[in-house]
Design a binder for this molecule. Structure first.
Ligand SMILES: O=C(O)[C@H]1O[C@H](OP(=O)(O)OP(=O)(O)OC[C@H]2O[C@@H](n3ccc(=O)[nH]c3=O)[C@H](O)[C@@H]2O)[C@H](O)[C@@H](O)[C@H]1O
Length: 441
């Protein structure tokens, strides 16, 4: 239905003129005039026929090509909700401030990390085009609010899915992207038990569809994408190093991210795509994800609702290497800046290409119980806590990043401790929900 919007808006003047014609016909005065002027009726008919033939059979002129192509793309891209002049907006959004700037396609741009990365890229002068399907995994209102934020910064988001191969190739036709920052994914560890198909759809199928487009592009872009700390799974050697084993995923989410890393390897090997995977460690901060513990704990503490705090066997601590969004964004930009060019073009490899993986963590794990006590202090509300043994839901007990590789090669240096980061989050949360009386999730 929504894809018809551009078509209907295109036809609006015609629809309104036919309404006028309707009025004209029903007027006794005009009926009278028609009856007594058959030649006028004939000429009117021929005139309308001429207009019809002119519009439907003439080649697109320079000024109308944007509109005509929009109609075509709307037809070949049934999953995309494309606005009337989306191609023009896409082109403008991809414009760089200087000749040396990147043109970056950010998938998942209305997501948490996607929003922050897009804004940072745009502010430093790069061209940024967002792509997001605005799915309802969590409140779409938050995604729309992020979209507004991005629009104010000059970043346009195309509303479509990474599984839509036609839309992707159309985007590469409109803009010669130098880089792809691939952040669109089905996130969340525990939700994988409820909706396993969505993980395969986005994290495996969607990734392959995107890589297919990238390998066919000429020039091929360099790709940076979001893997996850969850690939370390049941690995018990800490801190987690990129050299450690990642063949024991504890959740389907982790398994699909690990699959992504292997898929990246094969596209790099066969087609010469330059690919960098970033293993994010429990990223948090303003404009974050409502499905994450720090976010819904805040909501529940404020509402006086009980929160569940997981612990391991024999009351062992469950802890995370919580990483603040601004630090992760710096890591993402550094990965883009140091990415070498892909070597292939049009689906053919011309030489070996770069393939990298980095941990982006904070290197200081914090127990979940401590996270809760920080929130209590910041919110000035005592939480209703229930401590229970971690259910078998895909969660792991502990994460801790070794970041020496990222620090050496990307200059990555996280600066924000959990208390400072949560302070910024809580400030944002209260201003976002407090003033607007919205509810999370
Ligand atoms: O680094 C990653 O790769 C992943 O990070 C994030 O996963 P997690 O580290 O599991 O974060 P999150 O759900 O906030 O749970 C935090 C802690 O709270 C505990 N937890 C959770 C829920 C609850 O009710 N009680 C509880 O104690 C829970 O046991 C855990 O110890 C992303 O969601 C994921 O998409 C992925 O990016």
């Amino acid at each position: 239905m929504t894809q018809l919007k551009p078509i209907l808006s295109h036809l609006d003047p015609i629809l309104s003129s036919s309404t006028a014609a309707g009025k004209f016909k029903t007027s006794p005065y005009n009926l009278h005039r028609f009856r007594f002027h058959p030649r006028l009726t004939l000429w009117s008919f021929l005139f309308l026929l001429f207009i019809f033939i002119f519009f439907f059979f003439s080649p697109p002129s320079a000024s109308s090509s944007g509109k005509r192509r929009s109609l075509q793309t709307a037809a070949f891209s049934p999953k995309a909700r494309l606005s009337y002049n989306w191609e023009i907006k896409t082109r403008n959004s991809a414009r760089t401030r200087s000749g040396s700037g990147f043109r970056v396609l950010v998938t998942g741009a209305a997501g948490f990390v996607g929003t922050h990365v897009s804004i940072s890229l745009k502010r430093r002068g790069d061209g940024v085009v967002g792509l997001d399907n605005f799915n309802s995994y969590y409140e779409t209102g938050l995604k729309k609010a992020r979209k507004l934020l991005l629009e104010r910064e000059g970043v346009y988001i195309v509303e479509g899915d990474i599984n839509d191969a036609d839309l992707l190739s159309k985007l590469f036709e409109i803009v010669q992207f130098t880089h792809v920052m691939h952040l669109a994914a089905q996130a969340g560890v525990r939700y994988a038990m409820q909706n396993p198909g969505s993980y395969v759809h986005s994290n495996v199928n969607g990734f392959v569809t995107l890589l297919e487009t990238c390998k066919d592009a000429n020039p091929q872009p360099s790709i940076v994408w979001a893997s996850s700390s969850s690939v370390y799974g049941l690995n018990s050697k800490v801190p987690f190093s990129e050299k450690d084993r990642t063949d024991q995923p504890a959740s389907l989410y982790a398994a699909t991210k690990k699959a992504g890393e292997e898929i990246a390897h094969s596209y790099n090997h066969i087609y010469g795509l330059s690919i960098t995977g970033l293993r994010f460690f429990t990223v948090y901060g303003p404009w974050g994800r409502p499905d994450m513990a720090y976010y819904f704990f805040t909501k529940d503490i404020l509402r006086g609702k009980e929160i569940k705090i997981f612990e391991g066997a024999d009351h062992s601590t469950v802890a995370r290497d919580f990483t603040y969004i601004d630090d992760v964004v710096k890591g993402c930009l550094a990965a883009l800046d140091t990415a070498k060019r892909s070597t292939g073009s049009g689906g053919k490899k011309r030489g070996a290409a770069q393939l990298r993986i980095y941990n982006l963590g904070n290197t200081s794990p914090v127990p979940v119980a401590k996270l809760v006590s920080i929130l209590e202090k910041l919110l000035k509300v005592k939480a209703k806590k229930r401590v229970l043994q971690m259910p078998r839901n895909g969660d792991v007990l502990y994460t801790h990043a070794n970041i020496s590789l990222a620090s050496k090669e990307l200059g990555y240096k996280p600066k924000t401790d959990l208390e400072a980061g949560l302070k910024k989050f809580v400030k944002w949360y209260v201003s976002y929900y407090g003033s607007k009386k919205k509810s999370a999730i």
